[in-house]
Design a protein. Structure first.
Lengths: 345, 352
């Protein structure tokens, strides 16, 4: 397929280059980068992609994605651990745990989605935030499933093995899942379902008068996003070996939002770009007290977040798009396409 | 099919009422088994029932003070102030520091209530409310005035501010839990003359303060010119602007008052519970739940939402089977789900 314009051509070249680099990751990067930075970028990017899918194509900014991935992670933890840990300690097969984790998280996502499906915009943001806080408190208080200390010693299937001994296996698994998620979302937004979802985003009233149910589309989209988030959750517990309520508390919920906003809420690639920026800053700003104002990494990331929202609501990907729009304007090219849903309400 | 959630919801409410009033059986002295509850049913054990009721009402009072500020700002400006919880916590910390300065001591384990006079509680609370009010005003003027109508962007801006404030508060006030001391005159029990209950005066004071705040807001909105403009602005902002009202001034006033209520709520909440990292998120959650239940932007909605949230959390903690009380958090979610199933815009909500 021929690229439509210069921007698409450049993006394809960059995309192929990035693919080659990450495919050779274990050769090119240190073990720390492979096992800690990049694997985390892939899995946070998957969670971010579920949020960006909802926001870019459904007009729903959801703060429940971290909770959904946490639910998948807690289910895996309860199902596969034996004996020493908190939770149910069912000691089942790791693959059964994964299936259950994904199935339960997706089912809960459908319930959340059905409850929130009649709201949009900031109402949706608030309702999903309450889901998120309640999920966090639930796992903190209900000692049957977790309790405050969380579940540790969560094993992986034999294919992945010991993550600290062989980090490359999990790295490639995370990479492949991230790619599949990217392709699946790109595919689904071109299906009739994806197109009607975008119709519901732009004009719910008109879509309703054409006979499409807006709440049903939002619920389905939310369920699908919950499925993707649950994949990230499974990868997270494999990577981390443990999960506790603090892994899904409000700070983590906002971290994922920060990732998506920095990367760009309106383009899928932004999820991984934002995750890379976030993880790198988090790892290399290891100060307990910033100069002048004090505070830690979170003050810095909050300031970056604030600046991004103030100057470019589309995040880094939005700046990238603007760059090419500007170039086209200077070149006197064809008229600008309107920026995609930059303002809500 | 649409009536199914309603039938389920009504059934749940009915079961809960029958359980609390007639059916609950208390634990014996040998411990709790099966579905025995910490408190017996209302007909058997009115004393504990009245205490649970009062606990719910007084918690509702704090929820109302905090959430009324949130709903005031939202109703007029359509700004979801996600930094409301951070404003609450900052108000609490300011009151705490001022109280310790006024008393002249800063002991590691907090002040004793005998050391604190009534004005040494009230003055810090009011100063905290004022300072947080001015902070809110500054935030609105700098960050929110020029991008009105971009609701999501404004919500993201306030989220960024809340992240920065939360981290700064840990840096400057420490990360361990602290609380503001009640004055000695309030820190005692009084006989409420119902079912032989002696109840703490501080909690009744909270309830009274919430009622004063509620009546004050009501009088302000109903009886003054500013209040009239605010009510008109809630209904039709562009019309109010068109007839020559300075809506920007009204926005500034509303944001000041809304933030000041968060700060005052922080002083009350910091005396009633405690202050520490994560507390801001909890109180943002309470405000969100209250206004989602009650309807965004509605003052009566905030009152009813606070009552429902306070009563449901208090009763679910006391009347769930004692071995399962940790499930009470789910009831907040169930409450939200029931209300959204009936009215997606909340009990008093109206379409924007």
């Amino acid at each position: 397929v021929r690229p439509r314009n210069l921007q698409q051509a450049v993006e394809r070249v960059i995309g192929v280059a990035v693919l080659v680099v990450v495919a050779l990751g274990p050769v090119l990067f240190s073990t720390y980068w492979v096992s800690f930075v990049l694997t985390q970028v892939f899995l946070l990017g998957i969670a971010g992609a579920s949020l960006i899918f909802l926001s870019a194509y459904g007009g729903m900014v959801s703060l429940a994605q971290v909770s959904l991935y946490g639910i998948a992670g807690f289910v895996v933890g309860n199902a596969v651990t034996t004996g020493e840990s908190k939770g149910l300690n069912l000691g089942w097969d790791p693959w059964l745990g994964v299936l259950l984790g994904i199935a339960i998280a997706t089912a809960i996502a459908f319930v959340f989605g059905a409850l929130a499906s009649r709201s949009t915009g900031i109402y949706f943001l608030m309702i999903t935030l309450t889901f998120a806080v309640i999920a966090n408190l639930f796992f903190g208080q209900v000692t049957t499933f977790s309790g405050f200390g969380g579940i540790s010693g969560i094993g992986t299937p034999d294919v992945i093995g010991n993550v600290s001994a062989n980090p490359n296996r999990l790295y490639y698994v995370a990479l492949v899942i991230a790619l599949l998620v990217y392709v699946a979302i790109r595919y689904i937004v071109r299906t009739p379902f994806g197109l009607t979802l975008q119709g519901v985003r732009d004009d719910p009233l008109r879509m309703a008068s054409l006979g499409y149910s807006a709440p049903l589309h939002r619920t389905m989209a939310f369920g699908f996003a919950g499925f993707i988030a649950s994949l990230a959750g499974v990868l997270y517990v494999w990577w981390n070996g443990q999960i506790d309520p603090a892994s899904i508390d409000i700070a983590r919920v906002l971290d994922l939002l920060v990732i998506c906003v920095i990367g760009g809420l309106y383009r899928l690639e932004g999820a991984w770009l934002g995750a890379l920026a976030f993880v790198v800053i988090q790892n290399y700003v290891r100060t307990d007290s910033l100069p002048v104002i004090g505070g830690t990494f979170h003050t810095l990331i909050g300031l970056i977040f604030l600046v991004i929202v103030l100057i470019s609501p589309g995040g880094l990907m939005g700046m990238w798009d603007l760059l090419f729009q500007g170039a086209r304007r200077v070149a006197g090219g064809r008229s600008l396409a309107a920026p995609v849903n930059e303002s809500e309400g | 099919l649409g009536s199914v959630p309603r039938i389920v919801a009504l059934g749940l409410v009915a079961v809960a009422l029958v359980w609390i009033v007639f059916a609950a059986k208390p634990c014996t002295e040998f411990g709790c088994t099966g579905v025995q509850t910490a408190f017996g049913s209302a007909v058997d054990n009115p004393h504990d029932f009245v205490i649970t009721l009062l606990n719910g009402l007084t918690a509702a009072g704090v929820y109302f003070v905090v959430a009324s500020g949130f709903t005031l700002i939202f109703g007029l400006m359509r700004v979801v102030n996600m930094a409301h919880g951070a404003f609450f916590l900052l108000g609490g910390y300011i009151a705490l520091k001022l109280q310790r300065r006024f008393v002249g001591e800063d002991p590691a384990f907090g002040l004793l209530s005998e050391q604190v006079d009534f004005w040494q509680w009230l003055a810090p609370a009011l100063v905290a409310a004022l300072l947080v009010g001015f902070l809110g005003l500054g935030v609105q003027q700098v960050f929110l005035r020029w991008n009105q109508g971009q609701e999501l962007r404004q919500a993201l801006i306030t989220i960024a501010i809340s992240i920065i404030l939360a981290d700064q508060m840990i840096a400057h006030f420490g990360s361990f839990a602290q609380d503001i001391s009640w004055p000695g005159v309030l820190d005692r029990r009084v006989d409420v003359r119902v079912a032989g209950v002696e109840y703490t005066l501080t909690r009744l004071f909270i309830l009274a303060a919430a009622i004063v705040v509620g009546l004050g807001l009501w009088a302000w909105l109903k009886k003054t010119r500013t209040g009239m403009v605010i009510r008109a602005g809630v209904d039709d902002r562009s019309m109010v602007t068109a007839i020559g009202v300075n809506i920007q001034l009204t926005f500034a006033i509303a944001f000041f008052v809304g933030s000041a209520l968060a700060g005052f709520g922080g002083a009350i909440g910091g005396s009633f519970a405690s202050l520490g990292p994560g507390v801001d998120a909890n109180w943002l959650l309470y405000s969100l739940v209250v206004v989602i239940i009650g309807g965004m932007g509605s003052l009566p909605g905030a009152a009813v939402g606070s009552l429902l949230l306070g009563l449901v959390s208090s009763f679910s903690a006391a009347y769930l089977p004692a071995n399962y009380t940790f499930y009470s958090i789910i009831f907040t979610f169930v409450l939200l789900a029931i209300v959204l199933a009936f009215r997606p815009l909340g009990l008093f909500g109206r379409p924007a």
